[in-house]
Design a protein around this ligand. Sequence first.
Ligand code: WQD
Length: 340
Amino acid sequence: MSKILVTGGCGFIGSHTIVDLIENGFEVISVDNNSNSTTDVLSGIEQITGKSITNYNYDLKDFAQTESLFINHPDIVGIIHFAAFKAVGESVAKPNEYFENNLFSLINLLKCVKQYNVPYFVFSSSCTVYGNPDHIPVTEFTPTKPAESPYGATKQMGERIIQDFTFTENAHAILLRYFNPVGSHPTTIIGELPLGKPLNLVPVITQTAIGKLPEMQVFGSDYPTRDGSCIRDYIHVCDIAHAHTLALQYLINNKQKSKCDIFNLGSGNGVTVFEAINTFEAISGVKLNYKVSPRRAGDVISIYANNELAVKELGWEIKYDITEMMRTAWNWELKLAEKK
Ligand code: WQD
């Protein structure tokens, strides 16, 4: 059974990916310093999979702690690297913390990949590397433009660091460019747990609907789009999770076309903020209390994916549409409310 190290395994996408990896026969260990997550999710993973997951509460900026993972687990064959700060708006306010955290942790991991001959490395990248694209949908060959935020810059730099690393070292890597991951596991045992006030649209919608937030804002209705609000490519977290399993299997089966292949992980559908709100209201029966506010700094006007490469090369099949994304997100919010 191949052992995979998942960094950020207590996070939203990390936890859902661990479930998918286990269901597909991988052995998994997690490292997460819980700076933006809690270990509560580990019991949920065990409830779904029947497997107990060890999480090492280490800071990947500490090389000695990072290296100890590989000394104690010489049989790690792959790493999926999620652990990073990821709030676009927060990164504008704290650029230095973002560069230090996201890049130092990556470089420490790559030092260990080299020192301990880890063959496979899958990187959690982002559609933010495209900046404000001139043409949509974007393909993996769409030229990247200056990132709109320090967060996006750390993903652009991370991709370059990994590409140059694989050029000289033995390891093979895959860069997975997520669009907007949303929703929760269909069992409603695990889901998105934003610590503090949520920043992303879907948790803001569900928390407004359940009454945790008195109202929500739509950041701008004067964009040059079909209804004036921004367009994004929402993709279910379980579809994103399964793409990671497929990416590892792609590497293990030597299907890669280069030392560092890139894939867009998006649904291929652009949805406006108002359309997302309308879809949520339709499945929940809840009228959302929102007001239109000024545009949010750093927001891209419109972006969605051409995902044909991931579908063709990884065999990726998307299972959830925007209605199901909203339904699982709402079911999760309702479950959280029951626990209170
Ligand atoms: C989506 C749309 C907002 C909140 C995210 C992640 C980033 C990356 C890409 C993975 C925008 C609008 C939001 C609100 C609103 N993912 N909005 N009111 O900015 O696309 O970035 O996906 O790496 O990590 O942050 O996502 O959900 O914040 O915004 O109107 O209260 O919803 O303006 O148009 P974004 P988001």
